[in-house]
Design a protein around this ligand. Structure first.
Ligand code: TYM
Length: 329
């Protein structure tokens, strides 16, 4: 059976990008694979979250995982820091990660630009911690959105380098994965490209119907096509990309035809998109609120998941120590 590993940072509530890029695939994969899904609280420390807010953020994402359909009987659902073995594997992998390649990582360069006052070593070695998360369970597949592609390439490189250095076929080279399709990039509706927590353009799984309508109706548009079959500008393409993700093929075709013959009314398109997002989000949102209130259930899920994860992680770390020549007296 294949092993699947993925995680989401505890930096705020989950939005449609997290859901369609990652979480929806987690749920689809849990019946057919040996799954480990976690909340990356160590990774979130790179941007120094308020210590009094961190646990609440972790808890919110745990509730969101469960509300969206992750099943603790099928998957190990755990908090990254509850599996401390990952910190040891991170240290060991760092010995084979070169500063030059870490500095060239696109996400590091972007963080340098945005947070030039806080370029810490955790940010630089973010890809090695991520590789440790994945390799510690010897994953074959990693469901992630398009923005994580380069990190996965680095994980494969670290796995390959380790195997070559020690002359072993130990770590598999994990593939980024999206169920039956290319990796997804969910756009924002403000014309800025990606939907993201830090971009401030998220539509969240906990948003009310009213908020969703407001956000979608505010989506940037233009004055509309004036010639039949004209090319779509990016802002309109983004709306259609979201429509393709949440709406039925008939709906998409209907609006595409309207765009092609210049009879489209963006107000109608946005109303339809908002209602289709609401139909998908509302039942998840209701479950999030129910689960958030059940502290005992959340604790039990985290405890069970940590137990499963630690068992698998401890085995890998013991084997890696052996391979690298670390022996106990
Ligand atoms: P994070 O927390 O930024 O995002 C979590 C997941 O959501 C996906 N995602 C998107 N997908 C499509 N369109 C979007 N607009 C969008 N925004 C976010 C991300 O691709 C990701 O899959 N480094 C990871 C967390 C992590 C991890 C790991 C993932 C730590 N260790 C090991 C996989 C395996 C991150 O920052 O995700």
């Amino acid at each position: 059976m294949e092993t699947v590993v993925s995680g989401i940072r505890s930096t705020g509530n989950l939005h449609l990008g997290n859901y369609f890029g990652a979480l929806r695939n987690f749920i689809k994969m849990q019946d057919a694979a040996n799954c480990f899904f976690f909340i990356a609280d160590y990774h979130s420390l790179t941007t120094h979250p308020d210590p009094t807010a961190l646990h609440g953020n972790v808890r919110d994402i745990l509730a969101e995982y469960l509300a969206a359909g992750l099943d603790p009987e099928k998957s190990a659902i755990f908090i990254q820091s509850d599996q401390p073995q990952v910190a040891e594997l991170y240290l060991l992998l760092n010995m084979h990660a070169y500063v030059g390649e870490l500095e060239r990582t696109a996400s590091f360069k972007e963080k340098m630009r945005k947070h030039s006052d806080n370029v810490n070593a955790g940010l630089l070695t973010y890809p090695t911690l991520m590789a440790a998360d994945i390799l510690i369970h010897k994953a074959d597949k990693v469901p992630v959105g398009k923005d994580q592609e380069q990190h996965l390439e680095m994980t494969r490189k670290f796995a390959r380098r380790f195997n070559t250095k020690y002359g072993v076929e130990y770590f598999p080279e994990p593939e980024p994965y999206n169920f039956g399709a290319d990796l997804v990039k969910v756009p924002g509706l403000d014309g800025s490209g990606k939907m993201g927590k830090s971009e401030g353009n998220g539509i969240y799984l906990i948003d009310s119907d009213k908020d969703i309508r407001k956000k979608v109706m505010k989506a940037v548009t233009d004055s509309g096509p004036t010639e039949p079959n004209s090319e779509m500008p990016e802002v309109i393409r983004n709306i259609f990309t979201l429509l393709e993700i949440v709406s039925s093929p008939d709906t998409v075709r209907y609006y595409r035809d309207k765009y092609a013959d210049c009879s489209i009314r963006y107000g109608d398109l946005k109303k339809q998109l908002a209602e289709d997002i609401i139909a998908m989000v509302a039942p998840i949102r209701e479950r999030i609120f129910e689960i958030q209130a059940d502290e005992a259930y959340l604790s039990e899920v985290a405890r069970m998941g940590a137990e499963k994860a630690r068992e698998s992680a401890a085995k890998t770390v013991a084997e890696v120590r052996e391979i690298m020549g670390i022996k106990r007296f």
